[in-house]
Design a protein around this ligand. Structure first.
Ligand code: ADP
Ligand code: F6P
Length: 471
């Protein structure tokens, strides 16, 4: 095998003075590449000021980070436009928030072409290529057009909705079937894989056997790879981090109150506004807890140039202020609302100090925060995870308190239940959650995906009667 080439929009270039950036993909790929060699290719995170854009290369610990700037136009049309104002909302079931423009679609296709052109310069015939996320759906097609016959895999970190929703995407017939140019298409959950498979059957007339499709003269396999975390390392980090002076100061500042924690990118998919309403209902209906709990919501700003993100920033900031005004006392602030990022070690210490982890996205591909919260707990005296049934993590974390984030009563009731839960039940739930996360950690995830990608596809004759997509 040649080298491993990872391609994603965001690249975790080792940079001085950057200790924390929120976002699951970067965290997952960074952990995957530990102790490996290869290339990580993508956007530098910068918008170019000059017209001629060159690639930049940094080599660090056997990894070559090769990145491109985006032009102002590309940044506007590809990143702020088509990926984050069209694909992101639709794939998160928020058709109502999608703002489509033809111009943004051409920007999206253009950036994918630019990525393919630059990759063409560095790829060797036996390199294994692993492309990540919705920013780069047409990339394999652009590479195949340039003659690359490498094994190319794609992993979608975010949800894949059913065809009834996917088909609301203007030009979906140009974009979604192009995923068939990959050899392996991976999803977070069985539901996501099933939705994609239904799309291929309904819209492209393709039929599969065990999620293996034949498309023209190629074979494509679909499979489920729930992304994990570095479970053992995170548990170890939390054990040490709870002693950090900053974490100790936070614990002291609670003066014995129970800590409830939420940690998210400030994104409408995370359901933070619904969560605040549920917390308000909890304070209203379970008055015995007033003055006895502190809810810390860390919500790092994200995609700030996009109007929908600016709107929720306003909405959530004012909801937190209103609830504090209504329920707070001179010596008690119910909600501590913070927008800054924290390092993973600080987060691990705070998770461990929290009696309740409140993770209630309206829709989420996986949600690594839920897994990090569990990994951080003290096994002797663990906290309780309250988890949205609409997070991919809910498929594995069945021992969490699963809630419907659209139903504030169920979330408020779960907060009360978690706070009052006896130690024996907390331990039982923690033990079974930790076991699942230890088995499917990030190394297991990457190893399974890469092994499946390397595997020779099954012969067409084995797959039985198939329809083909045509050219
Ligand atoms: P998403 O990829 O949608 O942001 P995930 O929960 O899957 O959601 O991943 C978020 C990752 O970013 C986690 O590893 C989490 O620890 C990290 N993160 C989230 N919020 C912060 C923050 N405020 N500071 C630093 N890291 C954060
Ligand atoms: O994990 C989902 C994801 O969309 C990643 O693709 C992305 O890196 C992360 O969330 C954060 O978003 P962004 O890269 O736009 O800041």
């Amino acid at each position: 095998m040649g080298q491993l080439v990872i391609v994603s929009n965001r690249v975790g270039i080792p940079e001085k003075n950057v200790s924390a950036r929120a976002g699951g993909l970067e965290v997952a790929v960074k952990a995957t590449l530990q102790d490996k060699s290869g290339i990580w290719f993508g956007w530098s995170g910068k918008v170019a000021t000059q017209t001629k854009i060159a690639t930049q290369k940094v080599v660090h610990d056997k990894i070559a980070y090769i990145t491109l700037d985006l032009s102002k136009e590309d940044h506007h049309e590809y990143y702020n436009g088509f990926t984050n104002r069209v694909l992101w909302p639709i794939l998160h079931y928020r058709v109502d928030l999608a703002e489509f423009s033809r111009r943004d679609l051409s920007g999206y296709l253009r950036v994918n072409e630019n990525f393919a052109r630059e990759l063409h310069e560095v790829l060797e015939p036996d390199d294994l290529i692993w492309v990540h996320d919705y920013h780069l759906m047409p990339l394999a097609k652009a590479l195949r057009r340039r003659g690359h016959k490498n094994r190319i895999g794609f992993f979608l970190h975010i949800p894949c909705p059913p065809p009834e929703i996917l088909t609301t995407l203007p030009n979906h017939e140009r974009l979604i079937p192009s995923l068939c140019e990959y050899d392996l298409v991976g999803f977070q959950t069985g539901d996501d894989a099933f939705n994609f498979s239904r799309y291929l059957t309904r819209e492209c007339g393709l039929h599969s056997r065990d999620f293996n499709f034949v498309v023209a003269d190629r074979k494509v396999r679909i499979d489920v790879f729930p992304v994990g975390i570095e479970t053992a390392a995170f548990a170890d980090l939390a054990r040490r981090s709870v002693r950090l002076p900053f974490v100790q100061r936070v614990i002291t500042s609670l003066v014995g109150r129970a800590l409830i924690i939420g940690v998210d990118r400030l994104d409408y998919s995370k359901g933070i506004a619904n969560r605040l309403s549920a917390f308000e209902l909890f304070l209203q209906t379970q008055a015995q807890w007033r003055g006895k709990v502190t809810y810390l919501q860390i919500a790092t700003k994200s995609r700030t140039e996009i109007p929908e993100y600016a709107a929720i920033e306003q909405e959530i900031g004012s909801a937190a202020g209103r609830i504090n005004g209504a329920y707070g006392e001179a010596d008690w602030t119910p909600i501590r609302y913070i927008n800054r990022p924290y390092s993973h070690s600080t987060l691990a210490g705070l998770y461990r100090a929290a009696r309740v982890g409140l993770v209630t996205p309206l829709r989420d591909g996986m949600n690594l925060v839920a897994k990090e919260y569990i990994a951080s707990q003290n096994p002797e005296d663990p906290g309780v995870l309250i988890l949205s049934r609409f997070a991919g993590a809910a498929h594995e974390c069945k021992a969490a308190l699963l809630v419907n984030p659209y139903d504030p009563d169920s979330v408020a009731a779960a907060i009360g239940q978690a706070l009052a839960m006896p130690l024996a039940e907390r331990r039982d739930r923690y033990d079974s959650l930790f076991k699942v996360l230890s088995h499917n950690d990030i190394q297991h995830w990457a190893a399974r995906f890469l092994a499946a990608l390397e595997q020779e596809p099954r012969a067409a004759s084995e797959l039985g009667e198939m329809a083909s997509l045509g050219s």
